[in-house]
Write a protein that binds this ligand. Sequence first.
Ligand SMILES: [Zn+2]
Length: 178
Amino acid sequence: MAVRKVITTPNPILNKKAQKVSDIDNDVRSIAQDLLDTIKVEKDPEGAGLAATQLGESKRICVVRHFYEDPINPEKIQSDDLVLINPKIISHSKETQTDWEACLSVPDKYGLVERFEKIKLTAKDLNGDTLKIKAGSFFARTIQHEVNHLDGILFTSKVIGKTISEKEFDKIIEMENK
Ligand SMILES: [Zn+2]
């Protein structure tokens, strides 16, 4: 159990396809716990998900955070943090959505990425049970970003137009909120 350093570009492990998990053993459980511990200290939206490859582990494990408003105090954002083992997108909507993305492994870069609006996914949880998940909008985006990581694909290869810096990004958000 530990907060670990997130690997950043240009480390080649980020471009490598991760290995399928065959047994949910102590090694897998420990990587999952490290992913959960590491993501908790990161701010959103960069910290909406984390893949094992980003910790240098070539295994198909990732953690995704499903954010929602606290039912009692809507100002407060809660999250369910899910461990997904061997996640697989089994179907998706025709509709897509283009929005900004960033990544803990690609510091100071933001870009617009087109993703499916809705997806259906299967994965195993840490007990080896099969999860079936339907996801939409931001949560669907997070999952697609993390599954890409497990295939060695970074969001920067999917950016429409060019990537911008955090400073430029903050300026755009400021303008949009005016
Ligand atoms: Zn990422």
